[in-house]
Design a protein around this ligand. Sequence first.
Ligand code: EPU
Length: 418
Amino acid sequence: MDKFAIHGGVPLRGEIAVSGAKNSALPVLAACLLTEDPVILHRIPRVRDVRTMERLIEYTGASLERDGGPLKIVAKDITSAEAPYDLVKTMRASSLVLGPLVARCGRARVSLPGGCAIGARPINLHVTGLEHLGARIRQEHGYIEAEAPQGLRGAMVSFDRITVTGTEDLMMAAVMARGDTVLENAAREPEVTDLAGLLNKMGARIEGAGTSVIRIHGVDHLHGAEHTIIADRIEAGTFLIAGALTRGDLVVRDCVPEHVHALTVKMREAGVTVEEAGPTALRVTCEGALRSVDMITEEYPGFATDLQAQFMALMTQAEGISLITEKIFENRYMHAPEMVRMGANIRIDGRQAIVAGPRELTGAAVIASDLRASASLVLAGLVARGETVIDRVYHIDRGYERIEDKLSRVGAKIQRVG
Ligand code: EPU
């Protein structure tokens, strides 16, 4: 199993490029199941979760082609409207094929995802939403079986709580339903807007994506399209924090500054200088002492839960007490005990983490427990004295494209070891 060996203490300098967003690529790949025509996708990141989604859509009978350029997907005939457990268990976002498969085939059989390191991850809101659109749903042998032999029909769906993939799943289910659908209390994440952009290019009629009310006018048929997905805001945020933590001078390019606004506001409050370096680039430097700031994770446009662990790494180096509150997932502090082993002063109390700093971090052997936790340990390793060895980096490969190569190019001493 691969590990990372990191020698901390080197300021990161230069330019680092952001890849396409994993969390856009996943729903966008699922959306290709809605048409028998080719869909051409640019900037799909080569990360493990995307590979899993590619395997899943191949499993349904679609073909994929990638010759070093864009990805071409043709779902001419769907031969199996199923997402088997073996694929779903490694990636909960597999439930994103539920909506498109029911819409296209009138039925779908998708394994239930089960829990994961960061919390229970139920999909009850996807299921209830589909029922509103007229699907009959049974749960048996660990699978959700959905049927709508006469097709789905438009309806009003009001989500009990905001769900990102739930909004995406329902949007894909509703595009070819008979009549109009309104999704209320919808997620406003940029990835939802990106997906709606592709669906509209395919002939869908969606309005309001990016707001909490999305209106969808059902159409009979979707056709092929070409689309470039947005930059990964979580990768961008991770690099911004890396630049600040190492007291470097780093330009994070090919990103959308607005998508990391909640983070850059907090970083500036903490004493970090973040400047626009063009419409798609941010420059980060940090000269004075870092100050502690409190932070609460929220749905977009609030502070992203997917950057909470990385922000905690930053706060270990800040003067004072920082109170971090995780509102989205119930168990997303697995990185904290590992940071404590590196010398951080962090106390967890339910949904809150109390970080007292600054504390000098020293290199240690640590274990990555989930994707974003691993990223935060890489950050801690970049600032720690001595060598940090991170085990189970397959977690980080799920969502970051060769992070060690990107970081090495801006000066980090990080190596993948077998
Ligand atoms: N929830 C329910 N029922 C549902 C769906 C969600 O109770 O049917 C709860 C969840 O348990 C959670 C909250 O609602 O407490 C929000 O979950 P959401 O459905 O929004 O999460 P998700 O769609 O499964 C996406 C991202 C996650 C990111 C969250 C929150 C993708 C593929 N995944 O997950 O990304 O943390 O939104 O922003 O878009 C990651 O990339 O590391 C990652 C975990």
